[in-house]
Design a protein around this ligand. Structure first.
Ligand code: G3H
Length: 260
């Protein structure tokens, strides 16, 4: 057994999917699975679209399943039409928020500095920030993966972040929703580099304890191999998190408490 036990986190990013009835049904299906077993060896997080957060919080109440937002604004309140603050998410019962997802970086031009400001807002509101990093296919082909990911981390991690307040998600952009994944060696190399970078930017202690998730085409049939890697502490799941059976199977693929 490893010296530092990082409890796996299986996070579902529903993206822009889920009307109220679907959201309730999916959340209730996950809650029923949690209630049907005595305990599980992983933490589960559901990140639904803003309008159904209340529905999902209600459906999973008392199960231990956590709920998170998919983004937040850097400010607490004010004239920011269409935006949602971290404090509002916390007020709705969220414990987490994803920041810097590549779809936000691409669709909304979010910079590392903005991602850091959002992460700082999350921490100030008492939320855990799930900070996403990852290279595009062109960057990967150019051999820039580690440099890109390290630069994003350096620019996005809030000063004073700890393993209790921040989770990192490594999501190669080209693996998202494509059915393609990096080799296990590549995932292991990037996760190792992320942990080393966190040690340099924050501290060795934070790096040893911080959860680093892998995201990008995680499915029940590849989850066991990915989640079995030493520096992979869970998954950020998109498409497969919309199917209760698949998402549960991914959770059940996490290594047991005695695994290395
Ligand atoms: O946040 C989740 C990721 O973007 C992964 O999405 P995916 O599992 O559909 O590839």
């Amino acid at each position: 057994m490893s010296m530092i036990a990082r409890r796996p986190l299986i996070a579902g990013n529903w993206k822009m999917n889920g009307l109220k009835a679907e959201a309730r049904a999916l959340a209730e299906a996950m809650a029923a699975r949690f209630n049907s077993v005595g305990s599980v060896g992983f933490d589960m997080l559901l990140c639904p679209p803003f309008p159904v957060i209340g529905t999902v919080v209600g459906a999973v109440a008392g199960t231990g399943i956590a709920v998170g937002g998919q983004d937040c604004h850097a400010k607490v309140s004010g004239a920011h039409t269409g935006d949602v603050s971290a404090a509002m998410l916390a007020d709705q019962g969220c414990q987490f928020v994803i920041v810097g997802h590549s779809e936000r970086r691409a669709d909304h031009g979010e910079s590392d500095a903005q991602v850091r400001a959002k992460a700082e807002a999350a921490l100030a509101a008492g939320l855990v920030a799930v900070i996403c990093v990852g290279e595009t296919e062109a960057q990967r082909d150019a051999g820039q993966t580690l440099r890109v990911v390290e630069t994003q981390l350096e620019g996005s991690l809030p000063a004073g972040a700890t393993a209790q307040t921040v989770v990192i998600a490594y999501e190669p952009v080209w693996a998202i929703g494509t059915g393609r994944t990096p080799t296990l060696n590549d995932v292991a190399q990037v996760h190792g580099a992320i942990r080393a970078k966190v040690a340099r930017v924050l501290s060795a202690e934070a790096a040893a304890e911080m959860r680093v998730l892998y995201g990008g085409s995680v499915k029940p049939d590849n989850a066991r191999a990915l989640l079995g890697l030493a520096d992979v502490d869970g998954a950020l799941v998109g498409g497969a998190s919309l199917k209760a059976e698949d998402f549960w199977a991914i959770g059940c693929a996490t290594p047991g408490p005695d695994a290395d």
